[in-house]
Write a protein that binds this ligand. Structure first.
Ligand code: ADP
Ligand code: MG
Length: 412
């Protein structure tokens, strides 16, 4: 078998193990995709400009080229039988170019919707899905006309925001001009700040034949706009709410003619109402738990959807808690003397980058450590995660709390 043995674009043929699969983007999502694909017998090619990327380091081939580099893209298409993406900010033209030669999932149009908060909210509206009251602001001229009922609000750039970046809280109309300028004067969505009782997310996988499966619903806790903790099963939303969230996510996937793994984030409001927040056209941080706690992970589902393999409903075999490991964990506060001795400096450096004490948590039951192979720890950077599995949700929680305390992670 060679890597070019796959089907022609548009055919419903199964791209069988032994073929080569391509992924645009080289971050941790690409790395976990590569791991899943390799385990299933596929070879992998990553297209990523960064020479030291987490996915590039583990793939059979790393094409070091920009996401819009036509030579690199043509090489990817030549090498691979099917192609996917691990992040939403791939130019639509890139996926379109690849799709003229190979099956590409998710489709460029769906990715383009998820790239843009305004388009995403319009897609929610078209599908009859509730989202936060909002207004799209494309220029300073729009700012004076904003409905006072939207405040307090959050101003979000329509494009390129992630992990709370590209957002500003705006308490009242008086702060809007400054917030808009602080975000660079680019197109934004101003949305009402809602009273959140819980945050949940649903990961659906939709095949080329329209069949859909989903992971058990995740409950998420964010800190400073970045996902900190995921729990499954979700506990702070009722069973009918969870079922409604799954139905909505499936409806959105269908409306987008989606093929691949799609994550839909939701808010559960104090009165129990369900509100869609945003979508990611790829596996999602809140779905990492599925590697260790489900019999089928979100990355295996990504492989299955792109290769035209049958899907089967993932089953949670262990309640779990996932803790994100941000770069902050590597920076320990130390007293001035220790810092000076360690660095040979006489000045009082107050922080040091040190490897966290993994042995302290690996001794706990059901702890699965995932590190993404990033050379440099930076504050707020996702370096890895821990999934704690246990026989009961209570036991997973108790061990997660111990693990968090041993690593010096904040715990609620
Ligand atoms: P990102 O792309 O950074 O994940 P989100 O829109 O998901 O952006 O916002 C990050 C987090 O900020 C959310 O998970 C939620 O905790 C909080 N947040 C965002 N929008 C609202 C809102 N309208 N009301 C209350 N909290 C919000
Ligand atoms: Mg989000």
């Amino acid at each position: 078998m060679n890597g070019l043995a796959g089907p022609v674009p548009g055919s419903a043929d199964f791209v069988c193990p032994g073929s080569t699969l391509g992924v645009v983007g080289g971050g941790q999502l690409g790395r976990m995709f590569v791991h899943a694909a390799q385990r299933m017998g596929y070879a992998t090619v990553v297209l990523e400009p960064d020479a030291t990327s987490p996915a590039g380091a583990v793939a059979e081939e790393h094409i070091r080229a920009g996401y819009d580099d036509s030579v690199g893209l043509d090489r990817l298409a030549a090498r691979c039988s099917a192609i996917t993406t691990e992040f939403e900010n791939v130019p639509a033209a890139t996926l379109q170019r690849l799709a003229t030669r190979r099956p590409v999932s998710p489709p460029a149009l769906a990715v383009a919707v998820c790239q843009d908060r305004a388009a995403e909210k319009a897609a929610f509206a078209r599908a009859g899905v509730a989202c936060a009251p909002h207004v799209v602001l494309t220029s300073e001229r729009n700012l004076a006309d904003v409905d006072a009922a939207l405040f307090p609000a959050i101003l979000k750039t329509t494009r390129l925001g992630y992990d709370g970046k590209g957002q500003r809280p705006v308490a009242s109309a008086a702060g809007l001009v400054d917030a808009f300028a602080a975000l660079g004067g680019v197109a934004c969505v101003l949305e009402k700040r809602l009273p959140l009782a819980a945050e949940i997310s649903v990961i659906v996988a939709r095949g080329r034949d329209g069949s859909t499966v989903h992971l058990p619903v995740q409950e998420n806790m964010h800190r400073d706009g970045i996902l900190a903790v995921t729990r499954v099963p979700a506990r702070r939303a009722s069973a009918p709410r969870l079922a409604e969230a799954v139905a909505v996510a499936e409806r959105l996937a269908q409306a987008l003619s989606y093929v691949g793994v799609l994550c839909v984030e939701f808010f559960v409001l104090a009165d129990g109402a369900l509100v869609a927040n945003e979508m990611a056209p790829r596996p999602h941080n809140s779905g990492h738990y599925s590697i260790d706690a489900c019999d089928l992970s979100q990355f295996e589902l990504q492989v299955r959807t792109m290769t035209g393999a049958p899907l089967s409903e993932p089953r949670l075999h262990s309640p779990c808690v996932m803790l994100n490991l941000l770069g902050d964990l590597w920076f320990k506060r130390v007293d001035a003397n220790t810092a000076a001795a360690a660095t040979g400096a006489t000045a009082a450096a107050s922080t040091l980058a040190v490897e966290p004490d993994w042995a302290a948590v690996l001794g706990l039951p059901g702890v699965h450590l995932h590190l993404y192979g990033k050379a440099e720890a930076r504050r707020g950077r996702k370096m890895g995660h821990l999934t704690i599995t246990a026989a009961t949700a209570g036991a997973a929680d108790a061990t997660a709390e111990l693990a968090a305390r041993r690593l010096g992670l904040p715990w609620e």
